[in-house]
Design a protein around this ligand. Structure first.
Ligand SMILES: [Zn+2]
Length: 158
């Protein structure tokens, strides 16, 4: 039997077993073939690797399955072409706000001496400032418990 490079590529990028996942792989591959219009199995394999890479960059939290790649086939190409800064889903090296760290320093606050510490004669250091970071308001991820974007900007401008 002739090797099906596209099938192998799809199995590889999605970590799908050739045997148990065959049905799913074939179904997704049929959709991808139709969507891409690429007949050549070898060329399509190459394209699958590239799209899987964009998919991972765009949606790092979403599991890459054969079906998901087929479903987002066109979208990942479009999104990947978009200039950076338009989406907060991928790391942004061009970002001048955070320099690509995706987090920004919002404040330096001195540690607080608690009542318990005072009772025990312990004074919090005045020199060891706590650095507080928040997601970059331009490209950072949403993190529960951190200031929202508007608040982060305000804190940064202080
Ligand atoms: Zn940034």
């Amino acid at each position: 039997m002739e090797r099906d490079y596209a099938f192998e590529a799809l199995a590889e990028v999605t970590g799908t077993d050739w045997n148990t996942g065959r049905g799913e792989l074939n179904k997704a591959l049929a959709l991808i073939r139709e969507e891409s219009g690429i007949e050549d199995s070898y060329l399509l394999a190459d394209e699958i690797h590239m799209r899987a890479k964009s998919y991972r960059a765009l949606m790092p939290e979403v599991m890459l399955t054969p079906n998901a790649l087929a479903k987002h086939w066109t979208r990942v190409k479009v999104e990947a072409k978009r200039p950076s800064g338009g989406t907060n889903l991928h790391s942004n090296r061009e970002c001048t706000t955070c320099g690509g760290d995706r987090f920004v320093l919002v404040s330096m606050r001195p540690p607080v001496t608690s009542a318990w510490m005072r009772e025990h004669g312990i004074e919090a250091s005045k020199t060891d400032l706590h650095e507080e970071y928040a997601p970059c308001p331009d490209c950072g991820p949403e993190v529960v418990g951190t200031p929202d974007r508007a608040k982060t900007r305000e804190l940064m401008s202080r």
